[in-house]
Design a protein around this ligand. Structure first.
Ligand code: ZN
Length: 461
């Protein structure tokens, strides 16, 4: 029998020869604008998403895989017989709305040299198709299997993950596998999540804040915050002096309503606060400096501009997952009340109940409106899954493979033993959900080789 190295050599030669075929198929996939839309019969996420599912499943079928469609929620394609234990590869076919800033039509799949631009190229159609091509090459080489490979393509990853709920309710979800929907080398740890909404009455003492309404989403680091406070020319000068003193971007001007203060920070995602600056935190600091009292002062001293939760008594870290991160994404003043959100991404060993209790203690006068907790997800670094995937990555790239932790959520946690694995490479710019999202064909072919290498290790006889 051939060795794994011999299989891999043949698989890699095939994948190299299929580069233009891959490009053509990805182009077809990108041209279906599978943004979530109005639900219809058999199309729970809109007719474009359903069309995308049909296109992908037909391609899987034409490659000779057994396919199933789950009422427009998801589909799967299996290589290997049903009596084998399946390894899952979990991708998705829906895409986020295009947003601003595109220099090409986001659904035209414009080719520029070796690059293809378009919404969904890296998140997640390109990587999903790379996985499919890996399976196709393994099948063509005739690799005998001891485990089967099941490509599961979801249609609701960007919204509520209803696709996976439906899939799990209608068939057996494999226990083990990976999701090509993040970065290489590999993410085996997802922090736990503790999201809280807190509320307190606005104080009648101290600086009077007339309006302040920043942020719409708990998981966004707001880049700008605007408030109007009672004041005069002196207030404007104080803000300007504070800007000089702190080196931060504050502006203030007198208006008919009062003094309008603008704090400009650096926006981002709450799971990745490093190098960002929360404009709400900046606003709280300047309001505190101007003499605000009560609820806003409490928030200023308990949260301020920290993203480690130290003043809330929740700072912690562990060696596997790194530090806790804390973000205030929403700060609204309405009907004489202050409402704020706290989005905490917590190390896997952290006790979420204890963290919640500490936040309550450090916010006297606040009531808690809502608490949401999500357990962490972790697959041990010495598991067969992680060691096989990292070895595959190292072999195909010559780069060092290391398991990483994230504060974000990946599709992989749908699987009991699931990790995120590619297909963006470590030095790639993060293009998911951005304008002018693109893939480089050679990198996607390399990703396909890595996926085949991993699947040969896990599934070949
Ligand atoms: Zn994705």
């Amino acid at each position: 029998m051939a060795t794994h190295q011999e299989y891999q050599k043949k698989v890699n030669a095939l994948l190299d020869s299929w580069k233009e075929e891959y490009a053509a198929m990805l182009t077809r996939w990108i041209r279906v604008p599978s943004v979530k839309g109005e639900s219809a019969d058999g199309a729970p996420f809109g007719k474009e998403v359903r069309e995308m599912l049909d296109v992908a499943m037909k391609d899987c079928e034409e490659m000779g895989f057994a396919t199933r469609i789950f009422d427009g929620y998801a589909g799967d394609a299996t290589f290997g017989s049903d009596d084998l234990e399946p390894i899952a590869v979990l991708g998705h076919l829906d895409v986020v709305p295009v947003g601003d800033g595109w220099r090409v039509d986001p659904f035209a799949a414009v080719r520029e040299g070796d690059n293809i631009l378009g919404r969904g190229t890296i998140d997640d159609k390109g990587p999903a198709l790379a996985s499919l091509f890996a399976m196709r090459a393994m099948k063509e080489v005739g690799i005998p299997l001891r485990r089967s490979i099941r490509l599961i393509l979801g249609c609701d990853e960007e919204s509520g993950w209803e696709d996976m709920a439906y899939y799990c309710a209608h068939t057996q979800m494999p226990e083990t596998g990976f999701s090509p929907d993040a970065n290489f080398p590999l993410i085996n740890t997802e922090k736990g999540m503790l999201v809280m909404f807190v509320q307190a009455p606005l104080s009648a003492d101290g600086l009077q804040v007339l309006s302040l309404y920043t942020g719409e989403r708990v998981n966004v680091i707001p880049g700008q915050s605007v408030a109007v406070v009672k004041g005069d020319a002196q207030t404007v000068q104080k803000v300007e002096a504070f800007a000089k003193e702190t080196g931060l971007d504050y502006t203030a001007r007198l208006t008919d309503e009062g003094v309008e203060i603008t704090a400009t920070g650096i926006p981002g995602h709450s799971a990745y606060p490093e190098g960002r600056r929360n404009a709400i935190g900046m606003m709280l600091r300047v309001l505190d400096h101007l003499g605000v009292e009560g609820a806003l002062k409490t928030l200023a001293s308990a949260y301020g501009q920290e993203h480690d939760g130290a003043s809330l008594g929740i700072a912690c870290h562990d060696a596997i997952s790194g530090p806790l991160t804390c973000n205030m994404g929403i700060l609204h003043l309405e009907n004489g009340k202050v409402t704020a959100s706290l989005d905490n991404r917590c190390p896997i060993d952290a006790d979420l109940d204890a963290l919640e209790a500490s936040i309550r203690i450090h916010l006297p006068g606040f009531s808690v409106l809502e608490v949401e907790k999500k357990a962490p997800h972790h697959v041990p670094a010495d598991s067969e899954l992680v060691t096989s995937l990292l070895a595959a990555y190292e072999e195909e790239t010559g780069l060092k493979g290391e398991a990483e932790s994230t504060g974000g959520g990946t599709y992989a946690k749908v699987l009991k033993q699931g990790v995120a694995f590619g297909a963006a490479f470590p030095d790639d710019e993060d293009l998911a959900h951005q304008a002018n999202e693109f893939i480089e064909l050679d990198k996607m072919i390399c990703a396909a080789k890595i996926y085949a290498n991993a699947l040969i290790r896990l599934c070949a006889e």
